[in-house]
Ligand binder design. Sequence first.
Ligand SMILES: Cc1ncc(COP(=O)(O)O)c(C=O)c1O
Length: 356
Amino acid sequence: MYYVNPNIKDVVRIFPPQDRYGYLRLDMNENPEGLPQDFVDSVLKEFTPSFLATYPEPDIFMQKYADFVHVAPENICLTNGSDAAIRYTFEVFAAPGSSVVTVTPSFEMYGVNCNMLGLVHKPVPYSKDFTISVADIISAIDETTDIVALLNPNNPIGPNFTEAQARQVIDRANEVGAIVIFDEAYHYFCKDTFLLLINEYDNVIIFRTFSKLFSLAACRLGMVISNETIIEYLRKARPSFEVNALALKFAERILDHPAIFDELLSTFEAGKKHLIDSLEKHGYEYYPQSGNFIFIKPHIDANLLATNLMKEKILVKTYGNDLLKNYIRINIGAPKIMEQFMQALIKADTKEANQE
Ligand SMILES: Cc1ncc(COP(=O)(O)O)c(C=O)c1O
């Protein structure tokens, strides 16, 4: 019988849902509308046969992105989405059998990668009021810990960590020789960042992505930002052509057009305001988070509501765990998208809706 890596054999994977194209997608923290069509058309014109026949060359984008975030290209490692950044960082900096401290609930791929790589996952739980004790995170870090992975802001819940809290965690991680990841996938929806800490500490890694505000989830473009030594190790762990040329070109052109960035951000902010005003008007209990998503407490069972909304061609996220099972999570889009959602919510959030 052939060999199967036992970690992979035993890992439990829940693969992303398919057939989402015809729906208003409010379930996976994407931009439901995406980039302006005329911008997409203009970039598509650059994809000549010769361009497609050439292996990707990331250097031009790297320099522009480095300027954009005010670091050197040597501080950046591009990955096939930040999903891949998680994998490489764990592969490089966690010894087999060592532990990884995260919070829970959190982005599920942190736990999945622990299982795939034979690492011990130590999740520190949020309380019922959606807060977490940083003291609990610090006490979970011990001599077995090689990586602490925090999201700032966390997905799905939680207020941002303060800089003082981040420093406490980094100091404790330093004592045991662990790396600290701050996953900033939702940066720009909120302005907080720990990026500058890469200059002060030699064990800090920042993850960013083009999947969220920049609306390129289909292209798969993530970035690790850290000191040159860490980046050099991570670059060695990647395949030769990790990031594809289409992703690089779209991302480069977004950086070339600052008005696109401004438009994406102002549309998000207008959409968030529209949604919150509307939820207030209709008396809904809701919990906005710092990222591009919000929790809403429906009048009926959350899973039933999700089924009802599917009939309206709208996808929302629900949870099985005790903390979140009474809520739906939706990601925020333009005001007209939020209005479409609210109209559907009012119709679907009744027991009768299910019988129609
Ligand atoms: C916190 C966090 N990190 C990483 C990712 C994955 O992003 P990417 O599309 O860059 O792989 C997500 C996706 O939802 C996320 O929520």
